[in-house]
Design a protein. Structure first.
Ligand SMILES: CC(C)(COP(=O)(O)OP(=O)(O)OC[C@H]1O[C@@H](n2cnc3c(N)ncnc32)[C@H](O)[C@@H]1O)[C@@H](O)C(=O)NCCC(=O)NCCS
Ligand SMILES: Nc1ncnc2c1ncn2[C@@H]1O[C@H](COP(=O)(O)OP(=O)(O)OP(=O)(O)O)[C@@H](O)[C@H]1O
Length: 232
């Protein structure tokens, strides 16, 4: 199975690109969705976050007040590190399960969309790594427009992540998303043919079909050995 890592910065266009992958029939595991699920009322992550941040972080519905928590963690490094530490085991287990589900369905190629791929050191599990890059100016503009944030709040969110230039230097494939959507689509077509190239042997053995082939080979090997030992 080929596990493509899709990453970038906040509002650099990862979701826009992952929608293009989905539209091309490629399954996408979205770390933001996993992170939202592990913070839902009653979940393990929700309990740990309340234990650390208190009931003040809850809405009257007892769901986590995400904008309030966001305001706290994006304006303080230590608070963000605390939240990351509390949620990391739940998020990585959630991502692992989503990948396993795709494996069980027989998927040979999947995309994992993780904003913090390098920060949480999950880059070693994905190949190739696709980074969606934009200039900081475009990033801030799109973030302020999409989320209705002030320049200060948007800047805090951008600064909470590894710089996009550094992420770009670690990429196997870079998608430059400063232009319009047509320009993005043109680059996407090239990326799609690149990641759809035939699987390497290692990737094949990691797929469900590869694992069953190994099982089949081992079983027939054992059968042949048994047959020969009876014959001699
Ligand atoms: C702080 C929270 C509650 C804010 O929620 P909100 O709905 O406003 O934002 P959302 O979850 O949609 O995230 C938007 C973007 O913010 C960035 N971001 C989120 N968490 C972090 C973080 N801990 N550090 C840096 N950037 C982050 C990502 O680029 C993400 O795509 C939420 O982001 C959260 O629970 N973060 C911690 C979990 C996490 O690390 N998520 C990233 C998945 S790897
Ligand atoms: N090429 C483009 N031209 C114009 N707008 C774009 C382009 N690409 C993305 N956008 C817009 O920029 C905003 C950010 O894009 P998107 O939501 O895909 O980013 P993201 O990296 O997934 O963000 P996050 O990290 O917050 O999840 C969205 O409003 C999106 O519609």
């Amino acid at each position: 199975m080929r596990i493509v890592g899709l990453t970038g910065g906040i509002a650099s266009g990862k979701s826009t690109v992952s929608n293009l992958f989905k539209a091309s029939g490629i399954p996408v595991v979205d770390a933001d969705v996993v992170a939202r699920n592990v913070l839902k009322k009653g979940s393990g992550g929700w309990k740990r976050v309340i234990a650390a941040f208190g009931e003040e972080i809850l809405l009257p519905s007892r769901e986590v007040d995400r904008p309030k928590l966001g305001q706290m963690v994006f304006s303080s490094d230590s608070t963000r590190q605390l939240l990351n530490k509390l949620m990391a085991p739940y998020i990585s287990t959630g991502i692992f399960w989503e990948i396993l589900k795709q494996w069980a369905k027989g998927a040979k190629l999947i995309v994992v969309d993780i904003p913090l791929l390098f920060e949480v050191k999950m880059d070693k599990w994905t190949k190739p790594i696709v980074v969606v890059w934009v200039s900081q100016e475009t990033q801030l503009k799109r973030l302020m427009e999409r989320d209705g944030l002030s320049e200060e709040d948007a800047g805090n969110r951008v600064m909470a992540q590894m710089s996009l230039d550094l992420k770009r230097s670690k990429a196997d494939v870079v998608i430059e998303n400063n232009g319009d959507l047509d320009h993005l689509n043109q680059q996407f077509s090239k990326v799609l043919s690149e990641i759809r190239r035939p699987l390497t042997w290692t990737e094949f053995w990691r797929s469900r079909q590869g694992a069953f082939s190994v099982l089949g080979l081992v079983t027939s090997g054992l059968f042949v050995c048994k047959h020969f030992s009876f014959g001699s």
